[in-house]
Design a protein around this ligand. Structure first.
Ligand SMILES: Cc1cc2nc3c(=O)[nH]c(=O)nc-3n(C[C@H](O)[C@H](O)[C@H](O)COP(=O)(O)OP(=O)(O)OC[C@H]3O[C@@H](n4cnc5c(N)ncnc54)[C@H](O)[C@@H]3O)c2cc1C
Length: 306
């Protein structure tokens, strides 16, 4: 199986290679894997025949450059990271090269002679199985597929960027104080159950006590604008996959909870015992957040001797 894995971090190449290895083993095929790393220092990753590198560029320019590689190496599969840039680049590559694309592939299974790519749907309540033909483009979430023994030592080749019609005019740094929810291990999520912006102070205090971050549902960031978009969790916001998510005053709409389903432990605090969030939670607290949070914070402080 000839495959190309793209990404702007070495971990993207490793995640993609893990996927290729599992798929090739299911199909009983050997692997010829190529990597393409853009915008980052290229490192040796065992298991690749060749790793191409290129400077950071717009998704369109990266997609153009990837398409040039595809012209050189006849590929069966192109894999990228299941995040915003990876999805944009691969959808451009898929469209130009006439490939079907499956995003967020989190598993591979076999029934009879057919191999399926698996993807969570309906907020993680169901799994869709996709039969496929190559060539195909696929995005995979971080750390879903582990790399097993990989021996090939890669050659390296620098690529010229092939610009498109769009150009990056300026790159602005993230807003000061912007949080990186995707890297956070502990998150306290706030939703429309909070009645006023000032009340979020309770969530910030709780997050600080737990050495975590505060995230939110869409209405809190998009409608009320109480918090920045960097804290917005959901299919149109950030995906989280830490150790603990405490969702407070959040109903558990699929568009929100799907982006938290890879978290190890989910705790929900909601005054409605029938709130859908309880279906997705490991622990549930049926309570008014205005009564529960002050007591919870007090207890934590006592435990910490504060
Ligand atoms: C295309 C599309 C994309 C979307 N993308 C996203 C997304 O990325 N992220 C996202 O979050 N949403 C997204 N949404 C919106 C989503 O469908 C929900 O509307 C949203 O998640 C609801 O936010 P919420 O849970 O904060 O509010 P609500 O649904 O209003 O829930 C509030 C909850 O708080 C509880 N509550 C109220 N008062 C208290 C109290 N005092 N104590 C305890 N509990 C209390 C209520 O029982 C209720 O369950 C999207 C929707 C669409 C159509």
């Amino acid at each position: 199986m000839k495959a190309l894995v793209i990404g702007n971090k070495t971990s993207h190449l490793i995640d993609g290679l893990g996927f290729i290895q599992v798929l090739a083993s299911e199909l009983g095929e050997s692997i010829e894997a190529y990597g393409l790393l853009y915008g980052n220092q290229v490192e040796e990753v065992k298991g690749f025949t060749k790793i191409f590198s290129m400077p950071d560029a717009s998704p369109e320019a990266v997609a153009n450059t990837v398409s040039k590689v595809i012209e050189k190496v006849t590929l069966e599969i192109v894999v990228g990271p299941a995040e915003k840039n990876g999805t944009e680049i691969l959808s451009r590559v898929a469209s130009v090269n006439n490939m079907p694309m499956i995003t967020e592939v989190s598993g591979i299974s076999k029934a009879g002679d057919t191999t399926y790519l698996e993807r969570a749907i309906m907020g993680g309540r169901a799994t869709a199985l996709y039969g496929f033909k190559t060539p195909i483009a696929v995005t995979v979430p971080a750390k879903k597929f582990k790399v097993s023994d990989a021996e090939a030592t890669p050659e390296f080749e620098e690529l010229q960027v092939i610009d498109g019609v769009t150009k990056v005019v300026e790159v602005l740094p993230k807003e000061k104080g912007a949080v990186d929810l995707e890297a956070a291990e502990i998150i306290v999520g706030v939703g429309r159950g909070f009645k006023a912006k000032d009340d979020l102070a309770m969530a910030f205090e709780l997050a600080e006590l737990l050495s975590g971050e505060v995230g939110c549902s869409r209405p809190v960031a998009a409608d009320f604008k109480w918090l920045g978009e960097d804290r917005w969790i959901g299919i149109s916001g950030k995906k989280i996959r830490g150790k603990l998510y405490i969702a407070v005053g959040i109903s558990g709409a699929p568009q929100h909870i799907m982006a938290a389903s890879d978290t190890k432990v989910i705790v929900a605090v909601n005054k409605d015992k029938n709130a859908p969030i309880f279906t997705f939670s490991d622990y549930g607290v049926v309570a008014d957040l205005y009564q529960f949070l002050p007591v919870f914070i007090k207890k934590l402080k006592e435990k910490k001797g504060l």
